[in-house]
Design a protein. Sequence first.
Length: 217
Amino acid sequence: MSNNHMEEVMAKAEVLIEALPYITRFNRKVIVVKYGGSAMVDENLKKQVIQDVTLLKLVGFKPIIVHGGGKEISRWVEKAGMEPEFVNGLRKTDAPTMEVAEMVLNRVNKSLVQMVQSLGVNAIGISGKDGGLLHVEKKYSDGQDIGFVGEITDVNPQILYDLLEKDFLPIVCPIGMDDNFETYNINADDAACAIAEAMGAEKLAFLCIRIRRILPH
């Protein structure tokens, strides 16, 4: 064995030894990962992120991905010839924009499922509408109507428990319904926080360009 190869093997061994206490601590623990921002635009970075989250699953963690898609939504809204409107810095989501947003988020969701599956881990993409996961009410900005933007009022995590129990990696897109079964867009950060709390998650990680912050439960 060459010296270079031996050094490479030793370096990998050191990383595994250093990681072992964390692997032991978080084995079988729920980890919620909010994934969005620039980390979703760069394809190489996207692959690295998905590889890292998949690795968590393979070493015994129970990760749940909650993803955004704001940049992609903006691109498709522009392609559709619609003029974005903002109220107090928040995008106003009218009915046509909501239709585009749901289409784009579902598209992003299935692309992430495909990437995880390609790495040998079973994943299922779901919306907050599935199984009544995310229940919302209409959100206002300083009393002003911002359209179909939802504020989470309740989380029903049973579908996530069932998927984790069956050894799937759930990937959630932040869409929810209100009492009248109307569809609403949800801020992905808010969705991740609500899901982490409802699941009693051990960790909540926010991934944008890199891990921005990790909050203990």
